[in-house]
Each structure stands twice: as C-alpha cells, then as structure tokens.
Design a protein around this ligand. Structure first.
Ligand SMILES: Cc1ncc(C[n+]2csc(CCOP(=O)(O)OP(=O)(O)O)c2C)c(N)n1
Length: 261
C-alpha cells in the first residue's frame, strides 16, 4: 500500500531533508488506514501551501491541490463544505500558516471545520532561503535578521487551543512512528485537527541535535478535554524540554455538520 502511494516525480528536497520523514510517516499512516478499510483513497484530498513543505503533494498518489501561499486552509474548508464525504488533509509551513495564512488558521479553528492540518515547522521561511518568521526564536540570525531577531516567537499551540481547535498535537519529524500515529489520530478526529510537526531545516537552521535532546512524549492524563490543563502543558517551561503528543482532544459540533443541518 505504501508503494501504491508513491509517485514517479523526482524528489527535489535537499538530500537528507526532514520533510522526507513526514512524507514516509504520511504514506504509512494513510496506507494503514486504507488497508484497514478506515479510509478510501478516492475520498482523500491532500492540500499543500507554498514552500519546501508544499512539494509533498507531488510525491503522494492521492488527489491533491496546491494553493497560493497561506491560502490552503480556505481551499481545504471550502472543499469540505462542498463535499462533506471527503477526508481533507493539509500540509503547510510555519510561514504559510503562522504568517501569511494566520487569519485562515484562526478562523478554521474557531469554526471547528472538520479538516486536518499538518504544519511542517522548521521555524523559518526555507524555500526563500532562510528568513525569520513568526516562530523563529529570539536572536535568530537569517537573511532578513543578520543581527538577530528582536521578537519573541509565537506559541502556535497556545493560539490553536484558545482559538477553538478541538485536536491539538505536536510531533517530531525524526520520529516517524510517533508522527504516523499522531496523523492517524488526527484523521480519526471529527473537527479541526491541528498538528505542529517539528521539522528542522538541515540547510538554513539545523537544530536536530537540540531537538533530539529536548523533546519528550507526554503521558496520561493527556490528551485532555480540559482546556486549562492543555494550555498549562503547551506553555510549560521546564528545563528547556519540549513536550510532544496530543495535548487537547474534545468533541464539538463541526462547522460542516451545522451547515448541512
Ligand atoms: C503571498 C506570497 N508571499 C510571499 C511569497 C514568497 N514565498 C514563497 S515560499 C515562502 C516561505 C515559505 O515558508 P514556509 O511556509 O515556512 O515553508 P517552508 O519553505 O519552510 O517549507 C515565501 C515567503 C509567496 N509565494 N506568496
């Protein structure tokens, strides 16, 4: 099945790019769901934004749609409104969703639209060769901030929980098995599923060594449906550690259910 989901398009990411790990995790995740009869390949539509991450839509053998920069979420929610039978997944970049597309992200979460968003979070604009963006750490030196960024980064998980997303998770591209499982749980969830995937850019901001030591998987009592508890966890600052897992998962009516009533 995983092979069926491959295409013949030449992969043009940098050799060793961590986007490839997300690609493998996704093929495995949906391959298993299709084999298990939980998903129909013809009902799956993958959307992509503009950036290195967006190339992923050329490498998966499902229906795909490539949007304008920052506009994939409006295309995703439009498709879901028109045909609620579809399973919609979107691959976005941190620039694509947290900068250019921020308003769409917030409103899709607020509406609890039944779509799945996977953000390849490398903490910069990669395709345009390494400019700072909304989630770059303070002090980040790049093409547009040669003396270091003077801004604090946004916490997108905190933003998503407060905006109304009903499934909020974070994973690490290098953990393919963990990412696969989170993707499957996101797809199974009815409502707006948001997953931040830490995806170090090996060319412009190689932070693999830092993340390897900093990440850890959260355990019980997560996921929680308690918004306060989820917020506490995603804002936790303990010894520089970065929690991974499903923080928040709650059932609420979706936008499309309400619309089609
Ligand atoms: C409206 C618009 N603004 C700016 C650009 C130029 N642009 C293309 S890709 C990109 C950055 C993409 O960064 P990100 O979304 O983080 O994706 P990555 O390349 O890191 O995967 C920018 C600014 C564009 N194509 N369209």
């Amino acid at each position: 099945m995983e092979k069926n989901l491959q295409t013949t398009t030449k992969i043009t990411w940098c050799p060793g790019c961590t986007n490839s790990q997300i690609l493998v995790a996704f093929r495995q995740a949906v391959g298993e769901l299709i084999e298990g009869g939980k998903l129909k390949q013809e009902n799956l539509v993958a959307f992509a934004g503009i950036g290195c991450h967006g190339k992923i839509s050329d490498y998966i053998n499902v229906n795909t749609f490539t949007s304008l920069h920052g506009r994939l979420i409006s295309a995703m929610t439009g498709a879901k409104c028109a045909n609620p039978k579809l399973t919609i997944v979107g691959f976005s970049g941190d620039g694509d969703s947290y900068d250019e597309g921020l308003e769409h992200l917030v409103h899709a979460a607020k509406r609890n639209s039944d779509v799945n968003l996977f953000v390849h979070d490398n903490r910069l604009f990669a395709l345009t060769t390494g400019q700072f963006d909304a989630v770059s750490p303070k002090g980040f030196k790049g093409k547009s901030t040669p003396f270091g960024s003077i801004e604090e980064p946004l916490n997108p998980l905190l933003l998503m929980i407060s905006a109304g997303a009903t499934f909020v998770a974070r994973t690490y591209a290098g953990d393919i098995e963990g990412t696969k499982k989170i993707m499957q749980a996101a797809i199974a969830h009815k409502g707006f599923s948001y997953v931040d995937i830490i995806q170090p850019c090996i060319t412009f901001f190689d932070s693999r060594d830092y993340f390897k030591d900093a990440i850890y998987w959260i355990k019980d009592p997560f996921p929680t449906d308690d918004q306060r508890r989820a917020i506490e966890k995603v804002t936790e600052k303990i010894g520089g550690k970065i929690p991974l897992g499903i923080f928040y998962n709650v059932q609420k009516p979706t936008f499309e259910e309400e619309l089609w009533k």
